[in-house]
Design a protein around this ligand. Structure first.
Ligand code: SAM
Length: 281
């Protein structure tokens, strides 16, 4: 039977601190080679290496253990991380729903926790549709859509050069180069230059997508769907996002019907990441 990280640590950490050892952590990678990302409470900082080593004994495929040392920051939405133990090279290939995603979590955003959301969104795409993925990162939405709906075409736009480089590699790895194109740049400049409209426009940047609604809405075909992500208050998750979205739509002389309201994941005890689907008229 697989041992739990706390039992693995017994005797190495004072008993009164054991309760604080996190039982859950993210694992990115494969059965052969993975990286773990863990959040160590400040009280346990001096035991970081010991915790990392215990984690590697429990999860034999983990070759490096990274500890989160900041929130996600800046435009690229990556966090500072400290290597607790293991291999300096933290690049892995993560497998999810038949897709392969090469990524180094130190340089580019990727969350294995969002696989269900990617599945849900990609299942909505129909043959022949054109999809724009703004803020596309290493390409998980575009690639998931292209794998699931081979008759759709996707354009993925990303600002972080490391994430864009991985997106290009992931397009090759997943053999979807005939239906996914990746562009590096700021959506504010790239979108207007595309000079076309899309059946679906995804905005997977919960922190700040609302600042780009003026860019995204004109990219949606009449009758097409905008996927708007937003950070929301737990006690009233949808009102603020709906108000911001509808005001932006009306301000641009379009109309919209909210067709889906989804609580995607819990970001903190008080905040949720939500998605609103809006059919844009
Ligand atoms: C929350 S991450 C999501 C990445 C990806 N969609 C995913 O689900 O893994 C948001 C991404 O948007 C990118 N980004 C932020 N501002 C941008 C902009 N103005 N234009 C293009 N990409 C941007 C960041 O670099 C980051 O990779």
């Amino acid at each position: 039977m697989k041992r739990d990280i706390r039992s693995e640590l017994s005797g190495n950490i004072p008993a009164d601190l054991m309760e604080m050892v996190p039982r859950s952590f993210d694992i990115l990678g494969s059965k052969g080679h993975a990286v773990a990302v863990i959040e160590i409470p400040s009280e346990l900082e001096q035991y970081g290496k010991v915790i990392g080593e215990a984690l590697m004994r429990v999860q034999r495929n983990v070759k490096s253990v990274l500890s989160k040392s900041s929130e996600r920051m800046g435009e690229y939405r990556v966090r500072n991380m400290v290597l607790l133990t293991g291999d300096q090279d933290t690049e892995v290939i993560h497998k999810e729903s038949g897709c392969y995603f090469k990524v180094d979590p130190v340089t580019a955003y990727f969350s294995p926790r969002e696989s269900t959301e990617r599945e849900k969104v990609s299942s909505q795409v129909s043959p022949g549709e054109r999809v724009l993925v703004m803020f596309s990162g290493i390409g998980p939405f575009a690639i998931c859509i292209a794998k699931r709906q081979p008759m759709a075409q996707c354009i993925a736009i990303e600002l972080n050069p490391y994430a864009h480089k991985y997106c290009l590699e992931n397009i090759r790895l997943n053999k979807v180069g005939d239906r996914v194109s990746a562009i590096m740049g700021d959506v504010r400049q790239v979108c207007p230059a595309l000079d076309e409209k899309f059946d679906r426009v995804l905005m997977p940047l919960p922190k700040g997508a609302y600042e780009y609604l003026d860019v995204a809405i004109p990219m949606v075909n009449p009758g097409g769907v905008l996927y708007f992500y937003h950070w929301a208050q737990r006690n009233d998750p949808f009102s603020e996002g709906e108000r911001i979205l509808l005001q932006a739509v009306w301000g641009l002389g379009r109309n919209a019907e909210i067709t889906e309201r989804v609580k995607v994941s819990q970001y903190s005890p008080s905040a949720w990441k939500i998605r609103l689907n809006a059919k844009i008229g």
